[in-house]
Design a protein around this ligand. Structure first.
Ligand code: ADP
Ligand code: XUL
Length: 539
């Protein structure tokens, strides 16, 4: 009766989900540690270090290590889990973020003392004490330089993405340029996923192709480092990069530190991956026709792809999928935190926010609120700041509707490249508990929306990946539909069908939203006549 653990190291916290597969398939345990609350001594806000430059977003890697240690302690202390049954462990982490380690890291990890806290033993393993994360947008210059050397088409064709500010390659280039000494002292550059996996095995973990696709460094077709990209990024980089190994690789076992300090068994550790590739599995996207929408710190829209098909606009990505195929993904930075900003601006709680959505008409009388509190990834917005079109700033409910509608209309428009008519949406992430938001998703996408018991699809996906790899190692591999069966089951009550009347309303509002976006970004035609015409049209 094995137990599988899946971690998710997200922007704001660390979650662990434990599942059992026999005699019954069920989630046994799930717990989240919020970085700001549980580890206030790092001084983060929403998991990120405050910085005067709005384009910069760093987090302390030591905080992630301490969170992992605390979570393992909590699992051991809880008493409801029989630790001896844990057969395999895997994990998911926010993508793109990088951790810079000195040559001492290997030595320190190999000799961890189970009598002392992990963080106290890692003080000299980082060549830089902060990690740039996915919210960082400060590398436009480096993106341009890499693109000039390699060519935009080749970059997109080879790596699945053109150069993006938050991607690891441009971040590494910036570090090598600004702190050549620190770069010289760096012997390994990990992703957040491979860093945490390294702590579990007390060694040097590989990255998997799913997370490595978020670096602008890996050839998507061979799942190996692309030489031309590695050379274009930073000097002598290849030896600093981890190995790329298949997502289902067993990369070691829980090290003596975890065994002796907390009583864990020497369970198999399976390669960690990025949160989006893990969510693909945890949200059941192992076939075409379904869209995953993750309403977390970032909002992401993703889909399973048999073959890689690039976004002609250049704003989306193709990543490797842990199931061996591909995933299409578009990321929107102003997700939950932007909704929170509006919620707080009008002194609401989430139930007041939902009430505001219920009490306002779909389409919002054509009024639009572009949600770019922070510089945005999709569409590319370098100077943050929200834009209101036709909205009175004092009208709280209309502003609440304005932001959610603009976010969802943007998701729909910027992900049309993913192809296939959308039959259904699998919604995950913290904001998926908000049914009013899901209604807007259903109506804008004209698709049925489902939710799942496990709120955190990334942690569940990681646990399922551990299960899959474990059966593979034992020579009785399961197919993916068999792996997810019984775990990825939509909540009976959660099917939200689109309302045909509202679908029509949003079809009429979509061009207004597009016109506002073009006006805000490129100064194109004034959208007010469109808003006025919509407001005059019969309801
Ligand atoms: P992460 O991407 O960091 O894993 P989560 O998926 O856990 O984040 O989502 C966290 C976010 O969920 C919070 O920032 C919060 O804004 C949002 N959230 C929580 N409850 C609600 C709710 N009832 N309505 C809308 N958003 C919510
Ligand atoms: C995806 C992206 C985010 C992070 C954080 O490209 O940047 O979704 O993975 O969750």
């Amino acid at each position: 009766m094995p137990i599988y653990l899946g971690f998710d190291a997200s922007t704001q916290g660390l979650t662990v989900t434990a599942i059992e597969t026999d005699p019954q398939r069920r989630i046994l345990f799930s717990r989240t540690l919020n970085y700001d609350e549980a580890l206030p001594h790092y001084g983060t806000r929403h998991g990120v270090l405050p910085h005067t430059d709005p384009l910069v977003a760093f987090s302390p890697p030591m905080m992630w290590a301490e969170a992992l240690d605390r979570m393992m302690a909590a699992l051991a202390a809880d008493g409801s889990l029989d630790l001896s049954r844990i057969a395999a462990v895997s994990g998911s982490a926010q993508q793109h973020g990088s951790v810079y380690c000195t040559a001492l890291a290997a030595e320190r990890l190999a000799s961890l003392d189970p009598a002392r806290a992990l963080s106290s033993q890692l003080t000299d393993v980082f060549s830089r004490s902060d990690s740039p994360i996915w919210m960082d947008a400060s590398t436009s210059r480096q993106c341009a330089a890499i693109t000039a050397l390699v060519g935009e088409d080749i970059l997109q064709r080879v790596t699945g993405s053109r150069a993006f500010e938050r991607f690891t390659g441009p971040q590494i280039r910036k570090y090598a340029e600004l702190d050549p000494e620190g770069y010289a002292r760096t012997s390994r550059i990990h992703l957040v996923s491979s860093f945490l996996a390294s702590l579990l095995v007390a060694g040097d973990a590989p990255v998997d192709p799913g997370d490595a696709s978020g670096m602008n460094l890996m050839d998507l077709n061979t799942a190996a480092w692309a030489e031309s990209l590695v050379h274009a990024t930073a000097p002598d980089l290849e030896r600093r990069l981890p190995l790329v190994k298949p997502s289902s690789s067993v990369i070691g076992t829980l090290s003596a530190y975890w065994v002796q300090r907390y009583g864990f068994p020497a369970a198999r550790v399976v390669a960690w991956s990025g949160d989006n590739p893990c969510s693909l599995v945890g949200a059941g996207l192992i076939e075409p026709g379904i869209r995953g929408v993750s309403l977390g710190t970032s909002d992401t829209v993703f889909a399973y792809e048999q073959e890689p098909a690039n976004d002609p606009s250049g704003s989306g990505h193709v990543f490797a999928s842990p199931t061996g195929q591909f995933m299409a993904l578009t990321c929107f930075k102003n997700g939950s935190l932007a909704r929170e900003r509006i919620r707080d601006e009008y002194s609401l709680d989430w139930s007041g926010f939902a009430h505001a959505l219920r009490s306002t008409p779909p389409g919002n009388r054509g009024r639009v609120l572009l949600p770019w509190f922070e510089p945005e990834i999709t569409p590319l917005v370098t100077n943050g700041g929200i834009r209101r079109y036709g909205l009175d700033p004092d009208d709280g409910p209309a502003n609440v509707r304005g932001i959610v509608e603009a976010q969802v209309l943007s998701m729909a428009r910027h992900t049309r490249w993913m192809g296939d008519p959308v039959r259904r949406i699998h919604a995950t992430g913290g904001a998926a508990v908000n049914e009013e938001i899901l209604h807007i998703l259903a109506d804008v996408f004209n698709a049925e929306v489902y939710r799942f018991e496990a709120g955190n699809s990334a942690a569940l996906g990681a646990a399922l990946r551990a299960f899959h790899a474990d059966t593979l190692t034992q020579g009785r591999p399961l197919r993916w539909p068999e792996v997810i069966q019984g775990f990825v089951v939509p909540l009976e009550s959660s099917g939200i069908p689109p309302n045909p009347e509202h679908v029509q309303t949003y079809a009429a509002v979509a061009p207004i939203h597009a016109a506002c976006e073009s006006h805000a970004l490129y100064g194109s035609g004034d959208p007010f006549p469109l808003i006025a015409a919509f407001a005059r049209s019969p309801a």
